[in-house]
Every structure is written in structure tokens, then in C-alpha cells.
Design a protein around this ligand. Structure first.
Ligand code: NDP
Length: 444
């Protein structure tokens, strides 16, 4: 059996009941096959893939907190410190009832290559909790965040591990966690990114993942001789990534016509009303059912359905495995030109394969949504020099990073004879720097 197949089988056997982790291992190792097979015996001897697929450290802890009725609640907290070969662990914290160790390992593994692709010195990690901030009061969220940090603080630090936001963790949660870290350690340091502007945050961090996705999409389309201006876009989700993807799509002359949340989805043929969406989600923290109050002519549907609408570009920005084979078939039947992933692993393996086989330009998450973590790293740089850059400076750097990623993944795909396969290109380009650092640092 080839070394790659051996390791895929062993990882699945050693990590039962973690389907999302298995899925990313399948995808990534499969596309690293040509790199590994160039020197298979050497990598087998140094157990390169075993070390790459085993997190350096996994922390699991109890998070007790008291709700507004005086009832004690207990959630699970996690931090997976996956790989620090090229820099301190870096990756978001997710608060969602679906969070478990398998999902965090999938996200942490992807993060290694994504962070490498940014060209910045950051390793891969991910964490979170099965706590659901939805429906909780501000004081409940604060008490939870304080309790969560009361354990996490001993494992993180500006040069060790620097978490950020993800699903369910936005500016409010980062603020509460930062306050507690400072109180516990007596240190004002860059231990978290996505901070508020008054205490060390970076301009353009809020917008970065969504804007970065569009810079990436525009550059990838250009590489394929297509102009993004005038194109219709499908966006799923209505959180941080989706909102700023919609904003930048408009700025580029494209028209986003859908968005969604976990209850339903909106189709607004005239283009999503961005101000209404921001008010519903960012100000009122409400459901998308309210969208019709602002735009009576738009359609609201319960359940899932964004991918059934005819459009040129699809931008999944909600969560993992939200775009399956049937969705991919519907998109292809409707003549979609490109799918670029704003969320992490939103397309199933079958969907990705189908889209690629049908010549859809496919931009994988670890490249397409790297703008968030890249800007987080820029926040760390600003904190280190105790300066703040202007919005334009950060945005310009972000745009440059995303365009570089497109050039690098295209070059890596070509180097290994897989022209146009940006999934392989992203995995290979991200992997090579990590491989180099791991080899240089010996068996650790
Ligand atoms: P938010 O919490 O701000 O928004 C998430 C959105 O997705 C919400 O509209 C939410 O709906 C929807 N959603 C979440 N889970 C589900 C589900 N199981 N089914 C259907 N809809 C769901 O998160 P972000 O926008 O920050 O993150 C979105 C994706 O982007 C995630 O995959 C995240 O890992 C990825 N990402 C985020 C980055 C960032 O900087 N924020 C950076 C890189 C990647 P509802 O409100 O109803 O739950």
C-alpha cells in the first residue's frame, strides 16, 4: 500500500466517529500524493504524515457558568494546537452546539495550510465550545466567556497561540475574553485578534474574510479570462463572512441575490439590501424572516435552497458541508461559472469533484477565505509595533495577499501537472512551506 493510503487508513482507524476530520484528511492527503510520492521512503521514515495529522496538543476543559435564573450550566471547552512549524498557533474559536473534537480537528488541520498560504508566520490551531450564544443575554455571554478564558488563558499567549473569532464568536465575545485574559495575567498583549478598535483591533478585520473572498474570486476569474463585474452571485449565510462578501461584491459591480441563516433563505432578485441585512443581523441579532419587512417583494423560504437559484457565481459562506452533490448538480444545470468557498469546507467531496469535472472554476476555502486570518496576522504585527495602520493600508495589503494566493496556487497546480485544479494547488502550495520548516526543525 502506498504511504499516503496507509496514513489515511490509520488516521481513520485511530480517530473513529470524526467524519469531518476524515473528510479533510481524504481531501488534503489525496492532493499531496504527487509531492509525497516523489520521495515516499524518506517521508515514511521520518513519519512526516503521521506527525502532520496528529495535533501537537489537544486541550479539553469544563466551562461552568451561571445563567440569569441562577442555574449553573456546564459546557465543554476545547483548543486544538495542531501545528506550530511556521509560527504560533493561530485559528478561531467557534461557539456552536455542534462543536466537538472532530470538527475542531478538521478546522485546525485546514488552518495549517491556510495560514501557510497567507505567506505570514502563523501555525495552525482551532478551538471553541458547544455553548450556543443564540438566545442568551449579554450578561450570560459575558459570564460564559469569562469562565472559558479562566481555563484557556494558561494555554495561549501572544507568542504561543493567538485565537480569533469564528461562528458564534464576534466582537462582543472577543472583548469579554480579552478582558478576562488581561485580568488573569496582568498583560496587555496580542493574545486574541478581532479585537475592538479601542483596544488594539485592526481596521478592516471585520470586513477581511468577506472582502478577501471577493478579491480572491475576482483574481481567480481574471486568471480564467472572466470579469466579475455584472455577474450575479449566490451567497449563503448571513453572518460576518456573508455580509462583507455581499458588500464587496456590490463594490465590484456584481449583484448578490441570496443569503440564508439556519432557518431559511432569502431570494431578492433586485439584489440583497445590505443595510437591511446589517440591521437585522448585526444590530437586532434577529432572524432572516424579518427581511420581508424591509423588502416586501423578496422571497423568504424555510429550509435550504440558495443553490437552486440561477446565477453566475456561488459563494457558500455559512458552514461545513452545506453544498452537496445535488446542490452542485443544480448549480451546473443553471450554468454557474465559479464556486468560491467563504465558509470552511462548505462543499462535500462529491460536490467539489462534480463541480471540477464540469469545468466550474473552484476556489477552495483554505485559499479563498484566508483573508480573515491574514488580517488577524496583520493585527498581531500592528500590536507588536504598537501602531495602527489606516483602513486603506490594511485593505491594500489584504488585496495583495489574496492575489498572491491565487498566483501561488495556480503555479503549484501547474508544477504538478494539474492545471486548473486549485484544490490541489492550495494544498500543495500550503504544505510545502510547512514541510520545509518541519524538516529543518527535526523530529519534534
Ligand atoms: P457567523 O456566526 O457570523 O455566521 C454564520 C452564518 O452561517 C449564520 O448566518 C448562521 O445562521 C449560518 N449557519 C451556521 N451554522 C449553520 C448550519 N448548521 N446550517 C445553516 N446555516 C448555518 O460566522 P462567520 O460568518 O464568521 O463564519 C461563517 C463560515 O466562515 C464558517 O465556516 C467559518 O469557519 C468560516 N470562516 C470565518 C472567518 C471569519 O473571519 N469570521 C474566517 C475564515 C473562515 P444562524 O445565525 O441561524 O446560526
Amino acid at each position: 500500500m502506498s504511504y499516503v493510503d496507509e496514513v489515511i487508513a490509520r488516521v481513520k482507524e485511530k480517530n473513529p466517529g470524526q467524519p469531518e476530520f476524515h473528510q479533510t484528511i481524504d481531501e488534503v492527503l489525496e492532493s499531496l500524493r504527487p509531492v509525497i510520492e516523489r520521495d515516499e521512503e524518506k517521508y515514511r521514515k521520518m513519519a512526516l504524515l503521521e506527525r502532520l495529522t496528529e495535533p501537537e496538543r489537544q486541550i479539553k476543559f469544563r466551562v461552568p457558568w451561571i445563567d440569569d435564573n441562577g442555574q449553573v450550566q456546564v459546557n465543554c471547552g476545547y483548543r486544538v494546537q495542531f501545528n506550530s512549524a511556521i509560527g504560533p498557533y493561530k485559528g478561531g474559536l467557534r461557539f456552536h452546539p455542534s462543536v466537538n473534537i472532530g470538527i475542531l480537528k478538521f478546522l485546525g488541520f485546514e488552518q495549517i495550510f491556510k495560514n501557510s498560504l497567507t505567506g505570514l508566520p502563523i501555525g495552525g490551531g482551532k478551538g471553541g465550545s458547544d455553548f450556543d450564544p443564540k438566545g442568551k443575554s449579554d450578561m450570560e455571554v459575558m459570564r460564559f466567556c469569562q469562565s472559558f478564558m479562566t481555563e484557556l488563558f494558561r494555554h495561549v499567549g501572544a507568542d504561543t497561540d493567538v485565537p480569533a473569532g469564528d461562528i458564534g464568536v464576534g466582537g462582543r465575545e472577543i472583548g469579554y475574553m480579552y478582558g478576562q485574559y488581561k485580568r488573569l495575567t496582568n498583560k496587555y498583549e496580542s493574545v486574541l485578534t478581532g479585537k475592538g478598535l479601542s483596544y488594539g483591533g485592526s481596521l478592516a478585520r471585520t470586513q477581511a474574510t468577506g472582502y478577501g473572498l471577493l478579491y480572491f474570486t475576482r483574481a481567480l476569474l481574471k486568471l480564467n479570462g472572466i470579469d466579475i463585474a455584472g455577474k450575479t452571485c449566490l451567497v449563503s449565510g448571513s453572518g460576518n463572512v456573508a455580509i462583507y462578501a455581499i458588500e464587496k461584491a456590490y463594490q465590484m459591480g456584481a449583484k448578490p441575490v441570496t443569503c440564508s441563516d439556519s432557518n431559511g433563505w432569502v431570494y431578492d432578485p433586485e439584489g440583497i439590501d445590505l443595510e437591511a441585512l446589517k440591521e437585522i443581523k448585526e444590530v437586532n441579532r434577529a432572524r432572516l424572516t424579518e427581511y420581508k419587512n424591509y423588502r416586501p417583494n423578496a422571497e423568504y423560504h424555510e429550509g435550504k435552497g440558495v443553490w437552486t437559484v440561477k446565477a453566475d457565481i456561488a459563494l457558500p459562506c455559512a458552514t461545513q458541508n452545506e453544498l452537496n452533490l445535488d446542490d452542485a448538480k443544480a448549480l451546473v444545470a443553471n450554468g454557474v461559472i465559479a464556486v468560491c468557498e467563504g465558509a470552511n469546507m462548505p462543499s462535500t467531496l462529491e460536490a467539489t469533484k462534480y463541480l471540477q469535472e464540469n469545468k466550474v472554476v473552484f476556489g477552495p476555502a483554505k485559499a479563498a477565505n484566508a483573508g480573515g486570518v491574514a488580517t488577524s496576522a496583520l493585527e498581531m504585527s500592528q500590536n507588536a509595533e504598537r501602531l495602527s495602520w489606516t483602513f486603506e493600508e490594511v485593505d491594500e495589503k489584504l488585496c495583495g495577499i489574496m492575489e498572491n494566493i491565487v498566483a501561488n496556487i495556480d503555479a503549484a497546480a501547474k508544477e504538478y501537472g494539474m492545471d486548473g485544479d486549485y484544490v490541489a494547488g492550495a494544498n500543495i502550495a500550503g504544505f510545502k512551506k510547512v514541510l520545509d520548516a518541519m524538516e529543518a526543525q527535526g523530529i519534534v
